[in-house]
Design a protein around this ligand. Structure first.
Ligand SMILES: C[S@@+](CC[C@H](N)C(=O)[O-])C[C@H]1O[C@@H](n2cnc3c(N)ncnc32)[C@H](O)[C@@H]1O
Length: 384
């Protein structure tokens, strides 16, 4: 499972159940990231458009949302085996991410350089190219030496960094093939004619996903960019800014996006510790339809659990809180369907203890009946 902050990994079953209870056949995942939500919507039979501004998410989209029965999986396995057998190459990745910084061990950096150059020599359609690039990014993620983001590297190599890079075939996803775009969500929002549902999961703080995952962007683009700082970030991290990473601009960007959306149904995910005020967004959504809300409590990310440390490794400052609440807002034209969607939400899957687990809470009301056990993990309300 690839490491990605803000990924809806544990919320996927909840969002999938909510979407399944709505009268929708197609969905646009406007901030797709890992594409995990889009994959779940696809498995549930929806035609999905997967969108994100990053090239790595576009590759994941080709692999998991667009790839369908037409993919020749035996050819794909042959291509992966051929790439894995290439002799090591001491190139940009080895120099930049193994010597100038310590994201990977050099022996794996050289294998990545060889595989990346090998992909460019192959005659591939966009889906095959996305599948191979996804395999490479996932392989790199399994042997990296980071705490999960590519902002700084561990002083000592992580144990997993010594494992040999292994290219695996991205799993086929059941359900209809979808499409992939790489656009600013606000530009796309007004052009979603024919789509039934928009899923909106915007960035929630000042940390840019492009900056946090710049190594993947460089692996996928293969453009060997100028870089800066100890993490050797791509130079364009300074210029490719998202309005959602600015405290001043985020709320206006989200309000603008929701105002432009032409889909009848909207599902929004928001954390109560980000730039957005979920209650204000709920209020705004009332202007476009009936609104239902689910609350899910989470342990915060591992950094908050460990505490804040200075470069000498001494604990400094205080972590303000260890839990946060994720809001899932459902909005659409049919009050009964909203209530049914809220009532259909199952408890989120319980993650491994290391990454945190949702806390049980048995409060709140819902306008629809709820399957046994669901109220223990989620509070839900459906308001007209
Ligand atoms: C909270 S993450 C989404 C996580 C995703 N739902 C998942 O489960 O992996 C937000 C995503 O929005 C993308 N993003 C940031 N600004 C954007 C914009 N203006 N338009 C489209 N995508 C954007 C980021 O690259 C990031 O992948």
């Amino acid at each position: 499972m690839i490491k990605y902050l803000g990924s809806k990994r544990t919320l996927v079953p909840v969002i999938g159940a909510v979407a399944s209870a709505l009268p929708v056949r197609s969905a646009v995942d406007l901030f797709a990231g890992t594409t995990r939500v889009g994959q779940e919507l696809r498995r549930r039979g929806l035609a999905v458009v997967s969108n994100d501004v990053t090239a790595f998410s576009e590759a994941f989209g080709q692999a998991y949302i667009a790839a369908g029965a037409e993919v020749d999986r035996s050819r794909l396995r042959r291509l992966l085996a051929g790439l894995a057998a290439l002799p090591p190459l001491d190139g940009y990745v080895t120099e930049t991410f193994c010597r100038a910084s310590r994201y990977l061990r050099p022996e794996n950096g050289m294998r990545i350089d060889a595989v990346r150059a090998g992909i460019d020599r192959l005659d591939l359609d966009p889906v095959e190219r996305g599948l191979l690039l996804t395999s490479l990014v996932e392989a790199a993620d399994r042997v990296d030496s980071t705490c999960g983001v590519q902002m700084a590297y561990l002083k000592r190599w992580a144990a997993r960094a010594s494992n040999p890079l292994e290219l695996r075939e991205p799993e086929p996803i059941a359900g209809p093939s979808g499409t992939v775009t790489c656009a600013d969500a606000n530009d796309l929002a007004g052009a979603l004619h024919g789509a039934d549902l928009a899923y909106v999961d915007p960035p929630y703080n000042q940390h840019s996903y492009l900056g946090n995952y710049h190594v993947w962007e460089t692996l996928v683009r293969g453009d060997e960019p100028e870089h800066y700082g100890v993490a050797c970030k791509r130079a364009d991290c300074r210029t490719r800014k998202s309005a959602y990473n600015s405290r001043r601009g985020a709320s206006a960007a989200l309000a603008d996006l929701l105002g432009r959306l032409t889909t009848p149904w909207v599902v929004v995910s928001l954390s109560d510790e980000g730039f957005h005020d979920p209650a204000a967004v709920e209020e705004g959504l009332r202007g476009r339809g009936h609104v239902g809300v689910l609350h899910v409590d989470f342990k915060r990310y591992v950094g908050a659990q460990i505490g804040i440390h200075n470069p000498a490794g001494e604990r400094v400052g205080r972590v303000s809180h260890l839990r946060n609440t994720e809001w899932i807002l459902v909005c659409g034209p049919d009050r009964r369907a909203v209530a049914a969607a809220i009532g259909s939400a199952p408890p989120p899957a319980v993650p491994r203890a290391r990454t945190g687990s949702p806390r049980s809470r048995a409060t709140g009301t819902t306008a629809a009946s709820r399957p046994a056990g669901a109220a223990s993990a989620i509070r839900g309300t459906a308001r007209a």
